[in-house]
Design a binder for this molecule. Sequence first.
Ligand code: FNR
Length: 416
Amino acid sequence: QSRLYRAGVFGRRPVVPVEPDALEAAARARMSDVAWAYVAGGAGRQRTVQANRDAFDRHRIVPRMLVDVEHRDTSVELFGRRLPAPLLFAPVGVLELAHQDADHAIARAARALDLPMVISSQASVPMEDVAATLGDAPRWFQLYWSKDDDVVDSFVARAEKIGCDALVVTLDTHVLGWRTHDLDLAYLPFARGEGIAQYTSDPAFRRLVEARAATRAPADGPTPRPTPSAVRALHSMARHYPGRTRDNLRSPLPRAAVETFLEVFSRSSLTWSDLARLRERTTLPIVLKGIQHPGDATLALEHGVDGIVVSNHGGRQVDGAIGALDALPAVVEVVGDRIPVLFDSGIRSGADVVTALALGARAVLLGRPWVYGLALAGAEGARAVMQHVWAELDLTMALSGVRSVEEIGADLLAPA
Ligand code: FNR
């Protein structure tokens, strides 16, 4: 980390802007309107996106002096593995919007840093391919609980097979939020066949698609001009239908894939008792993402889950929801040391990481910042963003008189 700092001091320009607002502005200038709206946007009037940031501004770090901080350790233990820093790549879907290398680029960045990549259910690349790029780097899988049991079971089995350390069940997105920016651009990625590679590469899902397509007559006569969404779905499926690509353009298959996805995407009827079913099916640690209410933290403990991510999905779901950092202390209070509480939504810097850890998070996930890095400079850009956050975390620890992540506690903070 100090190497990175020295490189900056001695005049080598960073791959992407270090300053968070400059990073965001540079990405805005690079990305298409649709990509920007999807990535940066939040729900409704964007009040929760703002609340996520405002919450950090209500806390100040109070540094301690004359502590021997020559040797510092940013590592942390999570689900049986020691991570070199309490930082994870949050699950982010539809990365093809930001860069053509999409999930592969993030896998390369995660591998370079040895930080976990949480592979999204809405990835642009099948998890097996991402796993190959990850090499030995740690990986988790994020599950959107499909309406179809076979798809759920198949995703879980695949996640186990690719060596995931944990299964993150995202609870806050059983329907998409009211994403005003996307609505104004008439943009829904999945309807364009984007971000459904995890499904089109799945045997259980493909059985559903084929059953649906079989009920339709293939087009007669000359190959019809496929709709853009059909072409995208087709591309994401083509590798699983060797030799049939050309035929597929004449078949109802791609359209059926998109329709099937929209039908089975997620189960709004899911309740706490369904977790028992998942528990029976996997020995992987189960982590619930999207917990905001302390009452839900209590229920999570009662249902025997292994971890919680306090998150409001980066303000993309409920406009007016509590700032994620504001929700953290009450959840930590309920959970204590029983299971790890992770945090995301609004982290933009290493100092923010210190604040979240001081309020009781064991580790944090970042989303948009590394997506901006990805958009600007591919794998290198995403890696640079995480390195910058890591370097500032280390320096902030040093300057605050803290030697290890465990030493970062509530006594380091004061109200702003
Ligand atoms: C997300 N997030 C997300 N979460 C999830 O569980 N599955 C997913 O597929 C996605 N996809 C996704 C796409 C995009 C473009 C964004 C910005 C976010 C939410 C993500 O995991 C995380 O909770 C937030 O991004 C954290 O907030 P910040 O760091 O972006 O402020």
